[in-house]
Write a protein that binds this ligand. Structure first.
Ligand SMILES: Cc1cc2nc3c(=O)[nH]c(=O)nc-3n(C[C@H](O)[C@H](O)[C@H](O)COP(=O)(O)O)c2cc1C
Length: 254
């Protein structure tokens, strides 16, 4: 069991802790892939190209000013184009530089991007209810599995009895985002110095989701209270080399 003192130290950055450590990058080991490979049986679905046309409010000032955590959602579905936009805005590729590097909507320490985005789709036009993984480098979804009993599945990991604001709110969301950490993508370059950065990275991603949601009249609420083992099991993650670190619910505002 960690102590407060230990956890506070984790929040700090002492590069002196790296003395004597040779990173796998320095050792010349193979660089890990920037996104997970497609597994056998996963169906790929091309996402819509990002377009300003669906954005209702393009004003950064207004979107920042009005952003709030939204826990009450209407029954209106999110369109496929809106979902594509939210994925792109939170973690997508926005440019390719002169060296061929794909640039992202969010910063990442050392450009490691040690995060995967999963979505639990409940009410998105044109998509069956189920679990998908975003493949940002190819602007596509990998369909992992369908879900029959959506409410049961969401309640299984939401720890609603511990939710301080509106227990059960995730059941009304059109889509849940679940971000997993793939620590080795950062460890390869930063070894023990990467883990704090992973948490900072995912904060950037979620904030972009908040602002992008606001711009299409949808609402988001970050979720930090959840059952670790159950959500990892739901997404077929091993809990060691990949595990969920943060979630968010998204739906059209009431
Ligand atoms: C790391 C983090 C975890 C959060 N976890 C939850 C959560 O599990 N349930 C919830 O209802 N809100 C959650 N929130 C939303 C906060 O309650 C909310 O941001 C805060 O009350 C301020 O309100 P605002 O976002 O509307 O400005 C979380 C926010 C952050 C940044």
């Amino acid at each position: 069991m960690a102590t407060i003192k230990e956890n506070r130290r984790f929040l700090k950055t002492y590069f002196s802790d790296m003395a004597g450590i040779k990173t796998d990058a320095v050792l010349g080991l193979e660089k890990p892939a920037a996104q997970k490979q497609v597994k056998d049986g996963e169906r790929l679905i091309k996402l819509a190209s990002p377009s300003k046309d669906i954005v209702k409010c393009n004003d950064t000032f207004d979107n920042i000013k009005s952003r709030r955590s939204v826990r009450n959602y209407s029954d209106e579905a999110i369109s496929f184009e809106e979902l594509s936009y939210l994925l792109w805005a939170s973690f997508g590729v926005t440019d390719i530089d002169s060296k061929g590097n794909k640039k992202r909507a969010v910063p990442s320490g050392g450009a490691c991007y040690p995060i995967e985005t999963y979505i639990i789709v409940r009410n998105v036009k044109g998509l069956e209810q189920g679990i998908y993984r975003y493949r940002p480098l190819d602007n596509e979804l990998a369909f992992i599995k369908s879900i029959d009993k959506m409410q049961e599945v969401i309640e299984s990991f939401m720890l609603d009895s511990k939710q301080p604001y509106l227990p059960g709110f995730a059941n009304g969301a059109a889509v849940l985002f679940a971000w997993s950490a793939v620590p080795y993508r950062g460890e390869y370059k930063f070894n023990i110095m990467t883990h704090k950065k992973i948490l900072i990275d995912v904060g950037h991603i979620c904030q972009n989701l908040y602002i992008a949601s606001e711009s299409i009249d949808a609402g988001t609420c970050a979720i930090g209270i959840y059952d670790q083992d159950r959500v990892d099991a739901l997404l077929d993650l091993d809990g060691e080399d990949e595990f969920v670190i943060y979630l968010a619910a998204v739906g059209k505002k009431k």
